[in-house]
Design a protein around this ligand. Structure first.
Ligand SMILES: C[S@@+](CC[C@H](N)C(=O)[O-])C[C@H]1O[C@@H](n2cnc3c(N)ncnc32)[C@H](O)[C@@H]1O
Length: 261
């Protein structure tokens, strides 16, 4: 199996058994827009920001795919002339619009799933895409569309392992379920190489600071499909098995291939 098919197979293995999903009081896949909002913790000197800014100079345009609240692209201000943010979640886009307005950056939000909406979106000097790839099973068209929309560079950031892998021990404890350990950023890099991209990569400590603490009982309870009635047990378990609040991220970057200007 090649890296592209391996990626899809690895992600499919993360599916939560249907019986557990059916019994869950809340959707385990909910992303709280508040957790991805831009606030005063925006980090402007992360490896990903430095790599993007290098290709933006002097005052370039940015396309941010899976924009969320805009933390990836708004960290590049003031070197940005305009940002287009694409997201399939209308609440995330509203948060992005609000943040770009308060920072005074010209911005456009496009509602839709990438790459389905790619034809509606203009190329930009730099395309950024942070913390989205582990959601994307059909990775080849997704990455090709990023590349074809970048005039100078694509910068992708992912956690080094699957974002919920910190909860693997908890899944085993509360559901007796062994969770996968792949894909990781290495498999993402292999996909890029298989697609013929001249990809560079750097691993660095995560600089993410979010409004919602990913180790909070409410957050973990929801992800684990547990009812509130198990909170006391979960609190005790988390106290004995603390989750890392932030780990490492990998920045992957490669040259863009957009023909237009
Ligand atoms: C984990 S959040 C990251 C948000 C932001 N990039 C950040 O780093 O703070 C992932 C975002 O990608 C969006 N998303 C996931 N898959 C997408 C797709 N195929 N097309 C557009 N948006 C997508 C989700 O709605 C969510 O807002």
């Amino acid at each position: 199996m090649g890296p592209v098919d391996q990626w899809a197979a690895d992600l499919a293995a993360w599916a939560i058994p249907q019986a557990i999903v059916d019994a869950a009081p809340e959707s385990p896949w909910f992303h709280d827009p508040a957790a991805f909002a831009v606030n005063d913790t925006l980090v402007r000197h992360s490896v990903s920001a430095v790599m993007a800014r290098e290709a933006l100079s002097p005052l370039g345009t940015v396309l941010d795919v899976g924009v969320g609240g805009g933390r990836a692209s708004l960290a590049l201000t003031p070197e940005v002339r305009r940002i287009v943010g694409v997201d399939s979640n209308v609440h995330m886009l509203a948060s992005f619009r609000q943040a770009s307005e308060s920072l005074g950056v010209p911005a456009l939000g496009v509602l839709g799933s990438w790459p389905d909406v790619a034809l509606e979106v203009e190329a930009a000097d730099v395309v950024v895409c942070h913390h989205v790839l582990y959601n994307v099973a059909d990775i080849a068209p997704f990455i090709c569309a990023l590349t074809n929309h970048a005039i100078r560079r694509v910068v992708v950031e992912v956690t080094t392992g699957h974002p919920t892998s910190a909860m693997n021990a908890a899944w085993l404890h509360f559901h007796g379920l062994v969770r996968p350990t792949s894909p990781t950023w290495r498999e993402a890099e292999e996909v890029c190489i298989a697609l013929g991209l001249e990809v560079d990569a750097q691993v660095s400590p995560s600089t993410a600071t979010r409004a919602t603490v990913p180790s909070s009982v409410a957050f973990v309870r929801r992800r684990l499909c547990l009812p509130e009635s198990r909170d006391a047990e979960l609190t005790e378990w988390l106290a004995a098995h603390p989750m890392p609040s932030s780990g490492e991220v990998a920045t992957l970057w490669w040259p863009g291939a957009a023909r237009v200007r």
